[in-house]
Design a protein around this ligand. Structure first.
Ligand SMILES: Cc1cc2nc3c(=O)[nH]c(=O)nc-3n(C[C@H](O)[C@H](O)[C@H](O)COP(=O)(O)OP(=O)(O)OC[C@H]3O[C@@H](n4cnc5c(N)ncnc54)[C@H](O)[C@@H]3O)c2cc1C
Length: 428
């Protein structure tokens, strides 16, 4: 069976590898020069490594680990117990105990909050956990915080940072259910950071595995609108039995055969996107931030990653979620603001000797309450399958959501091939 996978982001890579391992002849088309999509390495002479954005694996990452296993990647990464370290606020570390005792003990031992404040946060987390198990309709995180009468301290030092970081969505429009799922499935246990660029971490090993399984990677090839002919699908004038469309949601409608594009566009109308800016700063000496990931409740940057603790480089990678909230700052303005943040934590850090600023305007689809998930049954019946980070109901648009969707699309394609074979046998 010939399968075209369109888009070599992490969903397309997962789909291509899984379909090829299942016996399909896979062609993986990518419009760009390199694979990786919104999670790709960026060439740099100034930094030990650079990606289009600082990525970390937090809460759920079983799918990503499964992909790493399948491609035999010897992934270099740091895996640390979850530490919540706000330079200008509360600090705690999840204890090495089963959930939820890890958070309970961690929070009771927290620094920067009085005992009644700790109990208040624990109570709100417990209410959210119960709501996640038994709750009815979804609502915004802001509504929940108002109902619980959450103090300004906890809004600033916990909830907002958590929602921005995990959902890349403002608290006012963020889905409480998605946040609750993230917290239930692992938020509060540990997190992983690659010590190298994403290209080395996953993209190149995935492409090597694809080639080993007889698949081909076709870069710099933008696929146009698909068309049908005799139960097969035309992809840029080539014929395929099945197609997996693994592009970002705002590129899907341009690929779908015209009669189905309108349905997708109707669903996509309600979707919103938010930006993420990453600022990389290199210093002469180690930035000496207190922990690997330092948070700021009242900074421009929300998280500062100290790379000297990752790979020995004198570098900081700063994450600004929902970064459109600051308007359109120029690169030097971003750098000045983030350097000021670093100075607040590490006053003797000196001036940066290299700076790189990358803004991805449509970094992820917003995790809004009851976000519509496109029903692809009709498309699937015609041999077209969707993959992408926007298809997961449970999680926000993340690497994990992308990889899981890729596996799911490949599985459906392989199942369809099996059904074809059985029909063929029966007819004979
Ligand atoms: C700055 C930033 C920081 C992030 N941080 C995190 C994080 O810390 N943790 C986390 O889990 N997630 C994070 N994310 C989200 C994560 O990167 C995405 O969820 C994931 O990469 C999406 O993968 P995808 O395969 O669904 O889509 P994409 O990566 O968008 O892949 C789609 C691919 O399709 C290609 N394409 C489009 N149209 C065509 C066409 N017509 N023909 C051929 N190819 C086409 C594109 O070039 C692209 O390569 C972050 C994202 C950004 C931008």
């Amino acid at each position: 069976m010939k399968v075209a996978v369109i888009g070599a982001g992490w969903s397309g890579l997962a789909a291509a590898v899984a379909a090829a391992q299942g016996g399909a002849r896979v062609s993986l088309f990518e419009a760009g020069r390199v694979a990786g999509g919104r999670a790709r390495g960026v060439a740099t002479d100034d930094f030990s490594f650079c990606d289009n954005g600082q990525h970390l694996l937090i809460a759920a990452y079983g799918g990503v680990f499964e992909l790493l296993r399948r491609i035999g990647a010897d992934a270099a990464m740091v895996r640390e117990p979850m530490a919540w370290y706000m330079a200008d606020g509360v600090r705690f570390q999840a204890a090495l105990l089963p959930k939820p005792l890890n958070l309970l003990l961690g929070l009771l031992l927290a620094k920067g909050a009085r005992l009644p404040e700790k109990w208040a946060l624990l109570r709100d987390l417990a209410v959210l956990s119960c709501w996640q198990k038994w709750g009815s309709g979804d609502k915004s995180v802001a509504d929940f915080l108002a109902e619980q009468k959450v103090s300004q301290k906890w809004r600033d030092e916990f909830w907002q940072a958590m929602v921005w970081g995990a959902l890349n969505t403002p608290v006012e429009t963020a889905s409480l259910r998605v946040l609750a799922n993230v917290l239930a499935d692992g938020g509060g246990s540990d997190f992983c950071l690659p010590v190298n660029d994403l290209d080395n971490f996953l993209v190149q090993p995935a492409l090597r595995k694809l080639a080993e399984c007889g698949g081909e990677f076709v870069p710099e090839t933008r696929v146009g609108r698909l068309s049908h002919s005799n139960n097969q699908i035309m992809v840029n004038h080539q014929v395929f039995d099945r197609v997996i469309i693994a592009v970002a949601p705002y590129h899907v409608a341009a690929l779908l055969p015209e009669d189905w594009a309108a349905d997708f566009q109707a669903a996509a109308q309600s979707w919103r996107y938010h930006a993420i800016t990453t600022v990389y700063l290199r210093y002469e000496h180690s930035p000496q931030l207190p922990v690997l990931m330092t948070g700021l409740a009242h900074g421009t940057a929300q998280w500062l990653i100290d790379r000297s603790r990752l790979n020995g480089a004198n570098e900081v990678a700063a994450v600004i979620s929902v970064s459109e909230q600051y308007g359109s700052l120029k690169a030097d303005e971003w750098a000045a603001r983030v350097h000021a943040d670093v100075l607040r934590v590490s006053p003797n850090v000196g001036e940066p000797v290299a700076v790189q600023v990358i803004t991805e305007k449509r970094a992820t689809i917003a995790s809004t309450p009851n976000r519509l998930i496109f029903n692809q049954d009709n498309l699937n019946a015609r041999g077209i399958f969707l993959a992408g980070d926007y298809l997961n109901e449970r999680y926000p648009a993340t690497l994990e959501a992308a990889v899981l969707s890729g596996f799911a699309a490949a599985e459906k394609v392989l199942q369809a091939a099996l059904n074809d074979k059985n029909i063929y046998k029966t007819n004979k």
